[in-house]
Design a binder for this molecule. Structure first.
Ligand code: ATP
Ligand code: MG
Length: 581
C-alpha cells in the first residue's frame, strides 16, 4: 500500500473530548471517526486491525469445531418475548416498529435467534453437540457510551453458543471455549486475567470474564497474589476480622442527632459511633417493591450483588419523597428496627452484631444498642458489599486482596436449559425421551481487543501495535522521495517485500522526513525501514523496531531476511506476554 493514496487522516493535536489513551490514539492515528455518541466509523487502518483480530478468532473457533453463521441484526419481538427478555433488557434495547406496526429490535446478543434455529432443526441426540458462532454487529443503547470504542452502542461481537445433550457435554464445550479464548487473547498479544463473574441479565453459571488490567476499564476486579483468586467485585467476597461487640443494651434506645445525615456525620457526632458500629440503611425499589437494604456503615453496596440475590430485573434507589411516605423519615435517619411490611435484606457482615447504631425512622433521631438479629426482622441474609483493597482473601488464609480497574474483553458462561426450556428447544435422547438442550454462551468484544492492545502498548509518540494484529507489519520510509536513488531503492524494496507476502506500508509521500517519522511512530507499525542518503551510498538501510527503538543497519540484499527475522521475533514476543489465572 502506498501512503500517498491511502487514507490515513492523522491529527497532530489530541482531541479535547478524548480521555482514554486508546480513544486519543485511534483518533490521532486516523483509525476511527465518531458518527454519533457511541457510534464510530472504522477507517482503513482500524479495519485492517479488526480484520486480523476476527481472523484469529475464526481460526480458533474453527479449531474447536465451531461453525460460522451470520444471523440477522433485525429481530422480531416474538422470540424475545418467548425468552422473557423483551422486558428484562429495558432501555438498553433499541426497539422499532415496521410499517405494519409490528415490534422489532436490533440484536444486543443472539441467544434467542440461535435457540430458535436449534428448536426448529435439532431433533435427536445424534445431532449433538453443536458449536455455532458468528462475528456480527450488536446494538446496545448504553446509558453512558464513553471511552472511544470501549463502550459503544454499535459494536462487533464474536458470539458463540454450544448445544449439548447433558451437563457433562456442556462441561467439555465450555472448557473448549475457555481454551480457545486463551489462545485468541494470547495470539492477539494481550495480557489478561480470567476472573469469576456475575452472569447478570443473561442468566447462567460459571460465569468467567477475560479481563485486561487497565485504568481505562470500567470493571473492578479483586486479586490475591498469594493464591491466584481473581473475581469481579460484582462477585468477589473477602475475609473480615472478627468483631467483639460487648453486651449492649436490653433494647434499642433513641437519642437526638440534630444535623446528622450521613455515616460520617454520625462518626463525628459527640454521641455517635465509628462507621463499623453503624448500620447503613438504604431504601431500594426492586421490581417495583420498596426494600430495605442493610450494610455495615463502612461498607459499600454492590448493586449487581443485590440484583443477583433478588433476581431483580428492575432496581433503583428510592426517591426521598417515596421513602419519607413509606417510612416516615428521609434518607439520613432511616433504620429497620421494628419495621414491618417491607422486605429487609442484610449483608452477612451484620450477622450476630450487637450494640449498633442506626437511624430511628424519625428525622434527626438515631437508635443505639441495636442487636441486629434481635431487633430487625431480616428476611434475607446475603453477600451485598463491595470488597476493598487490603481485605483478606476468601480463598487462602494469608493473602490480602488488591482491587484493580480492568476492561472486560470476553465472557463465557453456562446457560444450562434456561433458553431451551423457555423456548422449547428439545431433542430425543437415547431412550427416546424428550429433553431440553443444555447450552453455553460465549462472547468477545472485537473492538475492545483493538483498544486494549493500545491501552497496554503505547508511548508518548503513539501506538505500538502488537505484531499479530498490526495493520501493516512494516513501514518503508525514504527520507526524501524526491531523490532518485532513494526513490528507486525504496521502489525495489517495496516490490521485493510485497512479493514475499510481507505487509508493507510504503510512505511515498513528498513530506519532510520529520513528519514521516512522527506519523510512522503515531500509527505504530512494528518495523520501520528507513532509506536515507548516507546509508544508501554504502548500499545499506536502517531497520528500527517501534517497540524497543532498536535500530540496525543492513545491506540492501539482506533486508528481506532481516525483516523476516524481526517480524518473527516481534510475533514471538507478543505471543509470550499473555498471562492466565
Ligand atoms: P459490560 O459488562 O462491559 O457492559 P457485558 O457483560 O454486557 O459487558 P456481554 O454481554 O458478556 O458484555 O458481551 C460480550 C462481550 O462484548 C464483552 O465481553 C465485551 O467485550 C463486549 N461488549 C459488551 N458491551 C459492549 C459495548 N457496549 N461496547 C463494546 N464492546 C462491548
Ligand atoms: Mg460484563
Amino acid at each position: 500500500m502506498r501512503w500517498s493514496n491511502y487514507f490515513i487522516p492523522t491529527l497532530r493535536e489530541t482531541p479535547a473530548d478524548a480521555e482514554v489513551v486508546s480513544h486519543q490514539l485511534l483518533l490521532r492515528a486516523g483509525c476511527i471517526r465518531q458518527l454519533a455518541a457511541g457510534v464510530y466509523s472504522y477507517l482503513p487502518l482500524a479495519w485492517r486491525v479488526l480484520t486480523k483480530i476476527m481472523n484469529i478468532i475464526r481460526q480458533e473457533m474453527d479449531r474447536i469445531g465451531g461453525q460460522e453463521f451470520h444471523l440477522p441484526a433485525l429481530h422480531p419481538a416474538e422470540i424475545w418475548r418467548e425468552s422473557g427478555r423483551w422486558e428484562v433488557m429495558g432501555e438498553n434495547m433499541f426497539r422499532l416498529k415496521d410499517r405494519r406496526g409490528a415490534d422489532l429490535c436490533l440484536g444486543m446478543t443472539h441467544e434467542e435467534v440461535f435457540t430458535a434455529i436449534a428448536r426448529n432443526e435439532l431433533r435427536s441426540y445424534k445431532q449433538l453437540p453443536q458449536v455455532w458462532y458468528q462475528i456480527q454487529t450488536k446494538f446496545r443503547d448504553e446509558p453512558r457510551p464513553r471511552s472511544g470504542v470501549l463502550r459503544v452502542r454499535e459494536f462487533i461481537m464474536k458470539d458463540a453458543y454450544t448445544f449439548d445433550l447433558d451437563w457433562e457435554g456442556l462441561d467439555k464445550s465450555y472448557n473448549d471455549q475457555r481454551e480457545a479464548y486463551c489462545r485468541i487473547f494470547d495470539r492477539c498479544g494481550l495480557q489478561y486475567i480470567i476472573v469469576q463473574a456475575s452472569s447478570g441479565a443473561m442468566g447462567g453459571s460459571e460465569s468467567a470474564e477475560f479481563m485486561v488490567l487497565t485504568d481505562a476499564g470500567e470493571d473492578h476486579i479483586a486479586l490475591c497474589h498469594q493464591c491466584g483468586y481473581a473475581a469481579n467485585t460484582e462477585k468477589a467476597t473477602s475475609r473480615l476480622p472478627e468483631v467483639r461487640d460487648g453486651d449492649g443494651l436490653p433494647r434499642p434506645e433513641p437519642f437526638p442527632t440534630p444535623g446528622v445525615r450521613t455515616i460520617k456525620d454520625l462518626e463525628e457526632f459527640p454521641d455517635g459511633a465509628p462507621a463499623e458500629r453503624q448500620i447503613k440503611t438504604l431504601a431500594y425499589v426492586i421490581n417495583g417493591e420498596l426494600t430495605l437494604v442493610l450494610l455495615r456503615g463502612d461498607h459499600e453496596l454492590n448493586e449487581t450483588k443485590l440484583a443477583d440475590a433478588t433476581g431483580a430485573t428492575d432496581l433503583r434507589p428510592g426517591h426521598p419523597e417515596e421513602i419519607k411516605r413509606a417510612l416516615g423519615a428521609y434518607p439520613g435517619s432511616l433504620g429497620a428496627v421494628g419495621v414491618t411490611g417491607f422486605r429487609i435484606i442484610a449483608d452477612h457482615a451484620l450477622k450476630g452484631r450487637r450494640n449498633m447504631v442506626t437511624g430511628a425512622n424519625r428525622d434527626e433521631y438515631h437508635l443505639r444498642g441495636v442487636d441486629v438479629e434481635r431487633d430487625i426482622p431480616v428476611s434475607l441474609w446475603t453477600d451485598l458489599r463491595t470488597v476493598k483493597t487490603g481485605e483478606g482473601c476468601p480463598q487462602c488464609d494469608s493473602g490480602t486482596l488488591e482491587v484493580r480497574k480492568a476492561l472486560e474483553v470476553g465472557h463465557i458462561f453456562k446457560l444450562g436449559t434456561k433458553y431451551s426450556e423457555s423456548m422449547g428447544a428439545t431433542v430425543l435422547n437415547e431412550e427416546g425421551k424428550e429433553v431440553p438442550i443444555v447450552m453455553g454462551s460465549y462472547g468477545i468484544g472485537v473492538e475492545r481487543i483493538m483498544a486494549s492492545a493500545i491501552e497496554l502498548y503505547h508511548d508518548e509518540d503513539g501506538i505500538i501495535w502488537p505484531m499479530p494484529i498490526a495493520p501493516f507489519q512494516v513501514i518503508l520510509t525514504p527520507v526524501n522521495i524526491g531523490e532518485k536513488d532513494q526513490a528507486d531503492a525504496a521502489e525495489r524494496l517495496y516490490r521485493q517485500l510485497t512479493e514475499a507476502q510481507i505487509e508493507v506500508l510504503f510512505d511515498d509521500r513528498d513530506e519532510r522526513a520529520g513528519v514521516k517519522f512522527k506519523d510512522a511512530d503515531l500509527i505504530g507499525i512494528p518495523v520501520r525501514i528507513t532509506v536515507g542518503p548516507k546509508r544508501l551510498k554504502q548500499g545499506q538501510v536502517e531497520l528500527t523496531v517501534r517497540r524497543t527503538r532498536e535500530t540496525r543497519v543492513v545491506a540492501l540484499d539482506e533486508v528481506l531476511d532481516a525483516v523476516g527475522e524481526l517480524i518473527a521475533a516481534e510475533m514471538a514476543f507478543f505471543q509470550q506476554v499473555g498471562s492466565r489465572t
